[in-house]
Design a protein around this ligand. Structure first.
Ligand SMILES: Cc1cc2nc3c(=O)[nH]c(=O)nc-3n(C[C@H](O)[C@H](O)[C@H](O)COP(=O)(O)OP(=O)(O)OC[C@H]3O[C@@H](n4cnc5c(N)ncnc54)[C@H](O)[C@@H]3O)c2cc1C
Length: 342
């Protein structure tokens, strides 16, 4: 059967990479995502402090992936094109930490999207039909093609193929009535969780003698694994006298406190940040976010960077199939597009 109409479920990096390649090949592509915005775990949250509301001083927190690296030539080439269009920039943060952190960006290889982390996915999905606020609850195979149903959905049927580009636990629920094999394989994937603190304080390095010499701090021990000075990232708002922090907890600490109330997690992470910085902070704003499925933590890449069942017109892509991270998601999404195109 010739595939012409494709539904892509998930507007993260994997779904965007898949949708872009299919649309560029002339297919009729529709993307659905349950969130209000795009980008998935390439996420940015906005805030306006009450005292700054009249001045419209919006703050941002990149509370998902803080950056990503590129290790393959195809991905590097894609990023160069995105850079030329202003959708990404390279960043070499000044690192500070007792231990070299495994995610520390190497020079000339770390990237951040512009003007926020979803900016790259928004750029990739230009000109493609995207429905946000749609949580797909079920896939139905009919004679006329696939039908998608769920919360907030417009009528969505007659698709020749469906690309499922969502984390494995959620994907398993969609596949359960259709493929026991994929369901079991998805359920076997381990995604590590992460509690993340987003905060604004008076700038502790405001005094000239104590000027900050770092953008990213990697504490030697938990509960925090990574502290990013958000207002030091390229293209992010910065306000005099303020410091904007995004601090990620370790996997161990998060797993131990996974079901903690947000207030409890926030108090612990604020204390941990003060301890990492060596003194009390004057807080102006703080919120936390719990990522139940933050990062794929498989030991080795899957044998196939995507799954595709041509007879059913059903496909899977995501970071967990492409080796993890933003690059893995991009590789997986592109592979699924090529499989669909045959
Ligand atoms: C705290 C944190 C730190 C990270 N650090 C790094 C890092 O340093 N470097 C790096 O490379 N990567 C990092 N990552 C991982 C990186 O963000 C992900 O690997 C990558 O963005 C995953 O892309 P994806 O498209 O596979 O999935 P996602 O980005 O999760 O996209 C899936 C999309 O599907 C949508 N969705 C889910 N269920 C449904 C449904 N039923 N119906 C409709 N839509 C649905 C979601 O809303 C989401 O938009 C980090 C992630 C987090 C959270």
């Amino acid at each position: 059967m010739k595939i012409q109409r494709v539904a892509v479920i998930g507007a993260g990096m994997a779904g965007a990479a898949c949708a872009r390649q299919l649309a560029d090949a002339g297919l009729d592509v529709t993307v659905f995502d349950k969130s209000r915005g795009l980008g998935g775990r390439m996420a940015t949250r906005r805030a306006v402090l009450p005292q700054d509301a009249s001045a419209d001083q919006t703050l941002t927190f990149d509370h998902g992936a803080p950056w990503w690296v590129s290790s393959t030539s195809n991905f590097a080439e894609f990023l160069k094109t995105a850079e030329a269009q202003g959708a990404v920039v390279q960043w070499t943060p000044r690192m500070k930490g007792q231990s070299a952190h495994e995610r520390a960006p190497s020079e000339s290889q770390s990237w951040v999207a512009q003007p926020d982390m979803p900016g790259l996915v928004r750029w990739m999905l230009q000109g493609i039909a995207v429905h946000t606020g749609c949580t797909i609850g079920a896939l139905h195979r009919q004679e006329s093609g696939w039908e998608l149903t769920g919360d907030g959905m417009p009528a969505a049927s007659g698709f020749d193929a469906v690309a499922v580009a969502i984390p494995p636990a959620q994907a398993a629920a969609l596949w359960a009535p259709h493929t026991a094999d994929w369901t079991a394989r998805a359920q076997a994937q381990h995604m590590s969780p992460c509690w993340t603190l987003m905060g604004v304080t008076d700038d502790p390095f405001n005094k000239p003698a104590a000027g900050a010499t770092w953008d990213v701090l990697t504490p030697a021990s938990g509960p925090l694994s990574l502290v990013v000075r958000q207002d030091g990232k390229p293209g992010r708002p910065a306000h005099a006298g303020q410091a904007h922090w995004v601090a990620h907890a370790t996997v161990d600490w998060t797993e131990q406190h996974l079901e903690s109330a947000p207030d409890g997690a926030m108090a612990a992470l604020k204390a941990a940040l003060e301890s990492a910085l060596g003194g009390a902070l004057t807080w102006r704003h703080a919120v936390v976010h719990r990522w139940r499925y933050a990062q794929w933590s498989g030991a080795a890449p899957q044998s196939m960077p995507c799954w595709w069942d041509g007879s059913a017109g059903l496909g899977a892509c995501g970071d967990y199939l492409g080796g993890g991270g933003v690059e893995g998601a991009w590789l997986s999404g592109g592979n699924l597009a090529r499989a669909i195109l045959g």
